[in-house]
Design a protein around this ligand. Structure first.
Ligand code: AMP
Ligand code: ZN
Length: 115
């Protein structure tokens, strides 16, 4: 997927504030943060959303979840953090490359407003 913005960030073709990189994963700060710390963890493999995953992605997804708290702590989120995965139009997803938002460092409101 050459025109995918997150693929381009992971390849270094457009600028991103890198948090972490290995062979399979990439993390970078959100351009429009909703809290003092807000970064995204993505697979380098282009997967559009959680709707597209299957068993072949299980190890990759596990690796992402294991890495998330490590990176969160490195970013100073020792007291906890929120992880968000928006999936599909119905889940409010805007960028169709699977990503985990890792958010924290401020007053995190309830996840869903009930009013
Ligand atoms: P989502 O609604 O889960 O698809 O979230 C997409 C997120 O990507 C939003 O929080 C945007 O602020 C963020 N975003 C969009 N473009 C960029 C970019 N070029 N660099 C960093 N973050 C971005
Ligand atoms: Zn992509």
């Amino acid at each position: 997927m050459n025109d995918c913005i997150f693929c381009k960030i992971a390849r270094g073709e457009i600028p991103g504030k890198k948090v972490y990189e290995d062979e399979e994963l990439f993390a970078f700060h959100d351009i429009n943060p909703v809290a003092p710390v807000h970064f995204m963890l993505i697979p380098k493999l282009h997967v559009a959303s959680l709707m597209e995953v299957d068993n072949s992605h299980a190890a990759l997804l596990g690796k992402m979840l294991v890495l998330a708290p490590k990176l969160a702590k490195e970013q100073g989120l020792n007291n906890g953090f929120r992880t968000v995965i928006n999936t599909g139009k119905g889940g409010g997803q805007e960028v169709f490359h699977l990503h985990i938002h890792i958010i924290g460092g401020g007053n995190i409101p309830p996840m869903v407003r009930r009013d």
